[in-house]
Design a protein around this ligand. Sequence first.
Ligand code: ARG
Length: 271
Amino acid sequence: MRAFVRAALGALALVLAVPVTVARADESVVGGRPVKVSDHPWMVAISSRSRFGTDRSGQYCGGVLVGRATVVTAAHCLSRAVLGVEWQQVRDLRIIVGREDMRGRGGQELVPRRVWVNPTYDSYSNAGDIAVLTLGTQQPKGRALPMAKAGDAAYRAGTRANVYGWGDTTGSGTYAATLRSAQVQVYSNAACSRAYPGNADGKYLADSMLCAGTPQGGRDACQGDSGGPLVARGRLIGLVSWGTGCGKAAKPGVYTRISAMMKHVTAHGAG
Ligand code: ARG
């Protein structure tokens, strides 16, 4: 009973975490397809059973392995608004690698050895939405996803990109058991600013964010995908951060711009 209440509160917090994000039952999300973690070994789940319940391994955010012992996720995934308590009080925070089905036990659950939450993350604007988690043991070579540096062609408007996650597939709280991916395209800063000019829907900040979607909508990240990767040309370009609804035509998903955050990853990760 208590676990259920906590899970429900956690889910609510996830929705409330980003005030501009309103999940509505009539939105179709993601429009993704199932993919295998074994083909995307850098994909990890962030979990806490005590906060989010046991049936899906406590998965509530995504993350990505960018070094043999370095995982990046969204800062808001470690916020009090999402967790209900400070992250230091969450005793069962885990990084799950290699698990295809969140209802199962495959792969490994790792305890973060160190957690760095960007102190300049601004929960109002969502600028700087990144956290770096260090693992106690190195993952096998070749599992990490390289990050795209500033100026990389992967950031160019019109580039095809894929977003990955175990999050909501409908916009009404239908979380996926197995990993899914949707193809979107990188939008120009001008298009992102038009979508989010700084009204109630939020403000797009080109220095620290990028946005991606499809002109017709229907393919996007959603609740529970936060912190997960946006990948283009085989490189990490963004982390799922925020958006208005999920998959709405004029409301692309907004991502943490990785090139703007690389210095933090280098400084706080383990390589
Ligand atoms: N804030 C959400 C989360 O915590 C992610 C929202 C992404 N929304 C979107 N339309 N792309 O999971």
